[in-house]
Design a protein around this ligand. Structure first.
Ligand SMILES: Cc1cc2nc3c(=O)[nH]c(=O)nc-3n(C[C@H](O)[C@H](O)[C@H](O)COP(=O)(O)O)c2cc1C
Length: 300
């Protein structure tokens, strides 16, 4: 009997729902479905202060204690790791899992597939996750990122509404629903089926190519453009803030910086990029996207 570990953390339950659908066609007797919990639960809904307070630890990948994790087996034939990005980095519970001795042992010599439940920016987070899997001796063979497909600014407004109220409802009754659409959450079954077919016929190495072919992973020019720049700036903020004995005012400053960058600076830069830079750098963009579509880690 082949054994599959499906492991994740979810605050609102969105990622749990995705993974339930994703694993629908997996034969149930060989699946160990584990939900991890931080010892100190993150408040949900978030207040503005509690939300931004997690930025430095997210970006600097500082772990938190997790409640004891029970695994059914000592080793698995496949690991499905579900996670969500926080501040362009793996969420703190995910970082903590990826530093957890018992999980690292399971990853060693094991194929891993990541399933991401993001707003729309997961590229930087995935680089960290790739590296941690590789360092633990695992082999990332697939990545299935689910995102909110609404325009960037709209999804930023709606997710702030969701995170601050705890309700996945339409802001003022006029904005679209926040988060990943119900349809895409349902359709994650399609990608799980695809994975299980490759797994049961021992063709895991071709899974990601099939996923790309069937448009199970889509990266937009604008998200690539923003992510290439934003993480470096987040790191400067995070490193500065952790050094402060009283970071409250700095966290407030970061909040205003982020909102200004997202709603004022990014749109202007994106227009310049779309009109002037992108047409001249088509091949470079294509090459960069191709890298993120695949699972190999850049050689450093
Ligand atoms: C503190 C925080 C930071 C987040 N940062 C990002 C981000 O950088 N990129 C992104 O695409 N989504 C981001 N999100 C959205 C999450 O990745 C995720 O989609 C959402 O929180 C729902 O996940 P859940 O299943 O844990 O409830 C963030 C959410 C939180 C709470």
């Amino acid at each position: 009997m082949k054994k599959i570990l499906v492991i994740h953390y979810s605050q609102s339950g969105q990622l749990t729902e995705i993974l339930h659908n994703f694993t629908r066609s997996f034969q149930t007797d060989d699946v160990d479905f584990v939900e991890i919990k931080p010892s100190r639960a993150y408040t949900f809904p978030w207040t503005s202060a509690s939300f931004y307070k997690e930025m430095p630890s997210s970006v600097l990948e500082i772990e938190t204690a997790l409640e004891p994790i029970q695994f059914k087996y000592d080793s698995y034939d496949l690991i499905v790791l579900g996670y969500q990005p926080w501040f362009l980095s793996p969420s703190i519970p995910t970082t903590s899992l990826l530093k957890h001795e018992s999980f690292l042992k399971l990853i060693n010599h094991t194929p891993v597939v990541t399933v991401i439940g993001a707003r729309n920016m997961w590229l930087n987070a995935q680089e960290s996750v790739k590296k941690r899997i590789q360092d633990a001796g695992g082999k990332l063979i697939g990545n299935v990122p689910l995102i909110d497909k609404n325009p960037n600014l709209i999804s930023a407004i709606t997710i702030l509404h969701w995170m601050s109220t705890g309700k996945k409802t339409k802001k003022w009754g006029v904005f679209p629903f926040p988060g990943i659409s119900d349809q895409d959450i349902k359709n994650s079954t399609i990608w799980g089926d695809l994975l299980y077919r490759h797994f049961s016929t021992e063709q895991l190495s071709t899974f990601q190519d099939k996923l790309i072919e069937q448009k199970g992973i889509v990266i937009s020019d604008s998200i690539l453009f923003i992510e290439e720049r934003a993480k470096k700036i987040f790191k400067i903020w995070a490193k500065g803030i952790v050094k402060k004995s009283n970071p409250t005012n700095w966290l407030i400053a970061f909040r205003f910086y982020l909102l200004f960058a997202l709603f004022c600076v990014a749109p202007i830069l994106l227009i310049i990029n779309t009109l002037i830079i992108a047409p001249l750098t088509r091949n470079v963009i294509k090459r960069k996207k191709s890298y993120f579509y695949h699972t190999e880690l850049k050689k450093s």
